[in-house]
Design a protein around this ligand. Structure first.
Ligand code: NAD
Length: 510
């Protein structure tokens, strides 16, 4: 099976000034000046020039700049969230998580970056090499290109940029052309908080994104699987490394011994949060038959309580635009046509705005797109299964492998299930929470990506090149095994090294 995420990248008509509309109301959210793709090499060259000073500040100096930016973000969160709601049509409570996530990441990075980026001394691999002192330096890649999607315009813009900036890189950020506005405020904040001009924002769609790939020393891409493949192909031309955080079809498994109320609350939140437009989420549920009816009843009760609408007083808001609504509507319509039942929602409401109602589907199976393709909308298809083995088999029957969740009253049983799931993260008796645990790597398997974000020190080191410096620890043995020695001595030395290296395998092979 291959990933079938539709390629919805719009055509490139991004010149001059663009107007961004609020998808909930149709009102103007703001204007953006699109960047000329031909000018991106000059922007990258400026970043490259600024990077040396930024690197030379050292981790301590950069931590200070990041700390000031964290304070700026909190001081301006009202302004940021108002604009975020205007450009996405989100509810206020969904919008509120974005600045919070950035502040959490900044807090962790500031605390750990000095140690994470410090040169590392490595021991010699054999006693004979003890005369060498081995040091590994983490040297930043000068320009990190970040290409972001629209679902979390604030968090997606900077959650990777923070690690790159901490590492001493500069950042060339391209937000989604559907949500370009908040990134401009974030750049303004970076400069207003006193940081140097090492965070550039360029605006546009495919042509600008391609120029970012061409001018970066590392590409951090978040978006659909279809576009991720194009990024990997283009980056390969210059052998530029990439980290691809792509789509998913995250399964949830509910065992017969689970706390069903908790599982139902979590399933509804995991599926509907941000109008279902969250990568790490709940896209499909497998429930053991003993507790299926109880679970479905609790889910429907919770969903019927949800208030849909943008801004204050609502649980979740609009989808990003009508093309996204039509994917959710198609998956629901196709499922219902094939025999599924929509217990809630299921029909696009009349009126203004790109809204789709929270929709619980039952009597679903893997012949339906709602169970196999990424919906990225407020839908919750639930399937009854006879046992845990069937649930694991179906959960793994997907081209994607981003994350999953398992609910069971027995945590060690849930862990046992978790390690049989082919995906980058599993939440036990919870959903989405791995995203908040920045010491854990967040990365997809299979068509969900390559590489990972976060992961403690790895989340900063990934933006660096490793430089190994091998120096003499002592002058004893200096002079090397060079040609000025006799051929006999060269041969004897090689033989002696081999014998020393063979001691361990000989012992272990017994
Ligand atoms: P998308 O792939 O359409 O666009 C993502 C970005 O790529 C945009 O900035 C776009 O302008 C740019 N782009 C377009 N064409 C390009 C090209 N040829 N080369 C390089 N860049 C190009 O994705 P989207 O619709 O913005 O986002 C939704 C998708 O993102 C979903 O599939 C979702 O699962 C995924 N996502 C994944 C994660 C994760 O961490 N795994 C997080 C958020 C979203």
């Amino acid at each position: 099976m291959t990933a079938t995420t539709p390629d919805i990248t719009p055509a490139d008509e991004f010149t001059g000034v663009g107007t961004i509309l609020n998808p909930a109301t149709g009102a103007v959210a703001g204007e953006v000046r699109w960047t000329d793709p031909a000018g991106i090499d000059a922007i990258a060259a400026d970043l490259r020039r600024a990077q040396r000073d930024w690197e030379q500040r050292g981790a301590k100096g950069r931590a200070k700049a990041l700390a000031r930016f964290a304070v700026w973000l909190d001081d301006h969160r009202g302004e940021i969230e108002d604009l975020l709601i205007a450009e996405t049509g989100k509810s206020a409570s969904d919008a509120a998580v974005e600045v919070t996530l950035l502040v959490m990441i900044l807090s962790y990075v500031i605390k750990t970056m000095e140690k994470a980026l410090a040169p590392e001394h490595r021991p010699a691999s054999l006693p004979i090499l003890a005369i060498k002192k081995i040091t590994v330096y983490y040297r930043p890649r000068p320009v990190v290109g970040i290409i972001a999607p629209w679902n979390y315009p604030v968090a997606n813009a900077l959650m990777d940029a923070i690690g790159a900036l901490a590492a001493g890189c500069t950042v060339l950020l391209k937000p989604s052309e559907r949500t370009p506005l908040t990134a401009e405020v974030l750049r303004r904040g970076w400069l207003e908080s006193g940081a140097p001009d090492v965070l550039a924002v360029v605006q546009g769609a495919r042509a600008v994104a391609e120029a970012v790939v061409d001018n970066s020393d590392y590409v951090q891409f978040t978006g659909s699987t279809a576009t991720g493949r194009k990024v990997a192909e283009r980056a390969a031309r210059r052998l530029t490394p990439v980290s691809l955080e792509l789509g998913g079809k995250d399964p949830m498994i509910v065992c017969e011994d689970a706390d069903i109320e908790l599982a139902a609350h979590a399933a509804v939140w995991g599926a509907m949060f941000n109008a279902g437009q969250t990568c790490v989420s709940v896209e499909r549920v497998y429930v053991l038959e003993q507790v299926y009816d109880k679970f479905v009843e609790a889910v429907v009760r919770d969903v019927n309580e949800l208030q849909m609408g943008a801004g204050e007083g609502h649980h979740f808001g609009a989808m990003i635009d009508d093309s996204q609504v039509s994917i959710a509507a198609r998956h629901v319509d196709e499922a219902v046509a094939a025999g599924a039942r929509a217990l809630t929602g299921g029909k696009r409401p009349n009126g203004v705005g790109s809204f789709y109602p929270p929709t619980v589907l039952v009597d679903v199976d893997h012949s339906m797109t709602c169970m196999t393709e990424e919906t990225f909308g407020p839908t919750l298809p639930i399937m009854k299964v006879a046992g845990v083995d069937e649930a694991i088999r179906l959960a793994n029957d997907s081209p994607y492998g981003l994350s999953a969740s398992v609910f069971s009253g027995d945590v060690s049983r849930a862990k046992d299930i978790a390690v049989q799931l082919d995906c980058g993260a599993v939440n036990i008796n919870d959903v989405i929470s791995n995203l908040m645990c920045t010491t854990a790597p967040m990365g997809g398997w299979k068509s969900s990506g390559i590489g990972a974000r976060f992961g403690g020190a790895d989340g900063m080191r990934k933006f660096c090149r490793q430089e190994a410096v091998v120096a003499p620890r002592t002058n004893v043995g200096a002079g090397g095994n060079y040609y000025h020695n006799s051929l006999k001595r060269l041969a004897a030395t090689t033989k002696m090294i081999t014998q020393v290296a063979l001691r361990r395998p000989r012992r272990a092979a017994k």
